[in-house]
Unconditional design. Sequence first.
Length: 255
Amino acid sequence: MAPSSFLVLLCFLLLPFTVATPLFETVAQLAWKLQCALDPDFDLGKNNTVQHNETEHVGWYDPRVQGGRFIDYTTKKHGEPLNIIVSNLSDPFILSEAGFRHYVKSLGYSEECLGLHWGNVHEADLGDGRGKQEEEILARQFYWGPIFGTCWESLAGGHHFRAWQQTGDNASSQAWFVGASKEYDSSKNHMIVPDGWNIGRDWFVSQAIQGSQWKGIWWAADVEWREGLLEPGNKGINHNITQDGKVAILTVNRL
C-alpha cells in the first residue's frame, strides 16, 4: 500500500475516536497533516481553494464566482453585455478613475455632452462583494473634440460605453469591466443598432490595439479574446439584440 493511501486509511479509522481521547485526537491530526503534506489536494479547504483559483484569471476575477455576471442591470429582466475587460496588468495609471478617463480620450471617447446625463443609470455586479453598483463612467464618442464633440454623438448617434471597476474586498482586482455598443441617433431614443454590441466592442478594441495618444501620452494594447463568459445570443440581453458571446481582455501599455 502506498504511504499516502495508508495515511488516508489511518485518518478514517482514527476519526471516530477523536472525541474519546486526546491521544487519538493528536494521532489523527498528525496523520491528517502528514497526508496533506504528501497530497496538497487532499484537504477539503485546499480543494475549495483550487476550485476557486480555477475561476480566477490573470488580471481580473470572474464575477460569476461570487454571484456576479457579465450582463449589467438595465431593467429588472434585461441588461447589456460587459464585453471588454481592461486587465490590472495594464499601466497602473489606467487603474485609477482619472487615469482611465484620460486613456479613453485617446480612443475617441469623452464624458457626456456638457456633463449632462440622459437615460437610465445602469448597475452591474462584478462579484467583488459589493453587490449591484451604479455605472462609474459613461462615455460617448466625440467627433471634433472631447468637450463639445460628444454633444453631436448624443444627437447623431455613435459609439459609447459604461464602465465599472472591480474593487470590492472579495475580488479587488482593480480591473475595468466595460459594456461597449453603438447606438442610433436621438430620434430613435438611442436604441442600439443591429449587431450594436459586437460593433461597439470591436471599435473600442480596434482603437486600443492600433495605438493611441492623448496629451503627449502614447498607448498600445494587447488583446485576448475569451469565450464562455457570456452566453451567445440574446437571452437576457436588452433590446433583444444578439451578441456573439466574446469578451475582449485588454492589457494597455504606455509607450
